[in-house]
Design a binder for this molecule. Sequence first.
Ligand code: SF4
Length: 300
Amino acid sequence: MSTKNIVSLSGGKDSTALWLYALGKGVEVVPVFADTGNEHQKTYEYLEYLEKQLGPIHRIKADFTKQIEHKREVVQTKWRNEGVEEWIIEQALNVLHPTGNPFLDLCIWKGRFPSTKARFCTVELKVRPFFDQVYLLLLEQGHKVISWQGVRAEESIARSKLSEREDTPEGYEIYRPLLKWTANEVFAMHSRYGIEPNPLYKLGMGRVGCMPCINCGKLELFEIARRFPEEVERIAAWEETVKQASKRNGASFFADENGASIYEKVEWSKTTFGGKQYDLLKAIEMEDVPMCSSQYGLCE
Ligand code: SF4
């Protein structure tokens, strides 16, 4: 039985440092990237850069074709029996087709976006594909599987409670060697190997992952809106599609009780504390986008 070391690669600084750490230790690892379909183009380009510098990356992605097919049946039977209006049924059937984009297809299937209270995206787009498409196959072939994860204790209270090694009920082991590392140590690891961090860090992003993430804060949304307005437009188009797949004919990316659209949230991100008045400084910053505004002091 051989050991397979799998590095969960996101295109962010921590998982890149993790890959470099493993290489430095002489451990043979397989870096795997779970594509959510909601990544910034710069992250895809960065992965290509990493492949050229360090070696191949195995890419996986979730597929919700079967779930969407099943939802069509539910709409045609259960929704009709429940008395849902015919125009809502028709518009749902119009959009209930897989697009091939995992994030969008997940939301079409669910008829809503994930939220901080219902964060099904991580499980459906990352945890499950990793298990079904990587760990399970290796376990069935009789390998010992170690999942290398680049989480750090200082990122959150929940992460500070994690242990460096953990055995999972599913039969694979989790290894978190960067648990005690600081962000500076992570960037120092990049420098040691002459590897550039993902350029998004120099463009005001505190973290690299979905663009945007449903947990994205006010300041980060402001940065995204002024630097990458095309991403806001993409999400607005997604809101329209997911709305049509929803029984209540409504869906907002930042699912809150007011049902505010991404455009409304962007307007809110330009306001001062309290959300009522426009922040004059932000109004100027919206027009005057600096080349570099890293939250980690990476600007040169
Ligand atoms: S990065 Fe955010 S939006 Fe993307 S899967 Fe994770 S929690 Fe969900």
